[in-house]
Design a binder for this molecule. Structure first.
Ligand code: FAD
Length: 400
């Protein structure tokens, strides 16, 4: 059997694995990245990149797609569908906190492509696509991994393994770790269109959370398309949900008319709130969707996954090059699992709850809080530091 020796093996080259592997290779750590799928996979899930993630990608020299093609979105809005009331928040107020005081709206696969291009140019990186992890064996001072390629099984020997293999992570399963939490009962429909939705609402921003007890919506703009996300009944079958009749109904309710609207994509997904009981065991860590899942409300999933990946990669560099002797794997778990629970899970669950309520029903909790934030610049700054994920990144780093 062919054997490949590396310092770190990254399993899964989605956005989290690709960025993590690039950080390691740039630091001079030999890294192998294995990816079950193709290099060019289209993935329309994440569209929001928050300021600290833009900084990470910029420092790695892979922010071209975001900055030249992505759509800058400093302002985002909470809207009440029934009353039409709008509260706007502006990340420009973070100008003293970050060089990138805005979200960028861009498809995750486009950024991943740029990161993979950069990774392939690194001499310290060996990438293998259509290669699936089968089994891991932690031997104490190194880990053996068996990987199936199209033609053979290859054995990797690595000082550390990082599982970035997504929601159904084989690494997490092989570590026998429970993935605690829940799945929302309803399904979610995502429709993308080049119809100019900005013309249908007064002052619509590029990121809009529209509350309604009957049918809440998220309207997100990417460079070429608008995306509409909304909850749909779990009892309806997928074929009916993806039909023209459903699509026409959704846009009729949004636009208030029978205007014909073409869609480019229609997808259905489930939403989970889950956190793995541990983010590391022995010499093996997990990061991104392999370690935690949350609703897309707020755009935290991929962003926090990239923050995980950079955190564990920095620690591996500090051991392999800086002589650090502490238990970096346990430290990674303490730092990143803490903010996953205290910020990402808590905030995304709250965001889902408030989308389901109209503001009339939730006056005390939501509308009044919005008014306070509008009128109190210091409270608003702290709120924006949280929403932009600058706060959770810093909070994790401060944990000993
Ligand atoms: C509708 C929707 C909208 C979203 N919007 C946002 C947003 O705006 N902002 C945000 O931050 N997040 C968002 N998310 C979440 C975001 O898409 C995920 O958090 C992100 O893709 C996770 O990245 P990842 O690299 O951890 O996992 P993935 O992207 O799932 O990548 C995992 C990779 O591992 C590979 N793999 C799996 N098993 C193996 C194996 N055995 N061996 C080798 N490779 C393997 C897979 O092929 C895959 O390429 C959204 C999610 C949804 C559903």
């Amino acid at each position: 059997m062919k054997r490949i020796d590396v310092e770190t093996l990254v399993v899964g080259l989605g956005p989290v694995g690709a960025v993590t592997a690039l950080y390691l290779a740039r630091a001079g750590i030999s890294v192998a990245g294995i990816e079950a799928g193709n290099r060019e996979a289209v993935d329309l899930r994440a569209s929001t990149f928050h300021p600290p993630t833009i900084s990470i990608l910029d420092a790695l020299g892979v922010s071209k797609t975001l900055l030249s093609y992505g759509l800058k979105a400093p302002v985002y809005q909470y809207r009440d569908r029934k009353s039409g009331e709008v509260f706007s928040f502006d990340f420009s107020e973070l100008k003293d906190q970050t060089p990138f005081p805005f979200r960028i709206q861009c498809e995750q696969d486009k950024v991943r492509q740029e990161v993979l291009d950069a990774l392939e140019a690194e001499t310290d990186a060996q990438l293998s696509y259509r290669s699936r992890l089968l089994f891991l064996d932690d031997r104490g001072d190194h880990v053996l991994a068996w990987v199936e390629t199209g033609t053979e099984v290859v054995q990797y020997a690595a000082r550390y393994v990082i599982g970035c293999d997504g929601a159904n992570s084989v690494v997490r399963k092989l570590l026998d770790l429970s993935f605690e939490g829940f799945t929302y009962p309803e399904k979610y429909l995502c429709l993308s269109t080049d119809y100019p939705l900005e013309q249908a609402f007064d002052g619509l921003s590029n990121v809009n959370y529209i509350s309604d007890p009957d049918e809440w919506l998220v309207l997100l703009r990417t460079p070429r398309l608008w995306r509409v996300m909304l909850p749909v009944s779990e009892d309806d079958d997928d074929e009916a949900l993806l039909s023209d009749a459903t699509k026409e109904g959704v846009f009729k309710r949004i636009l208030g008319s029978d205007q014909p609207v073409q869609t480019r994509h229609r997808t259905i997904y489930r939403v989970h709130q889950r956190v793995c009981e541990r983010f590391s065991k022995g010499r093996i860590a997990i990061a991104g969707d392999a370690a935690h899942l949350n609703s897309p409300m707020g755009g935290y999933g991929m962003n926090s996954g990239i923050h995980d990946g950079i955190n564990i990669a920095e620690k591996i560099v500090s051991v392999l090059q800086g002589g650090e002797t502490g238990d970096i794997m346990a430290h990674y778990d303490r730092q990143r699992r803490h903010v996953t629970q205290t910020f990402v899970q808590k905030q995304s669950i709250e965001n889902m709850k408030s989308m389901r309520k109209g503001w009339d029903q939730d006056r005390a909790d939501k509308r009044e809080r919005m008014e306070i934030l509008q009128n109190d610049p210091e409270a608003r700054l702290q709120f924006l530091i949280g929403q932009s994920m600058l706060g959770s990144l810093k909070e994790a780093e401060a944990i000993a």
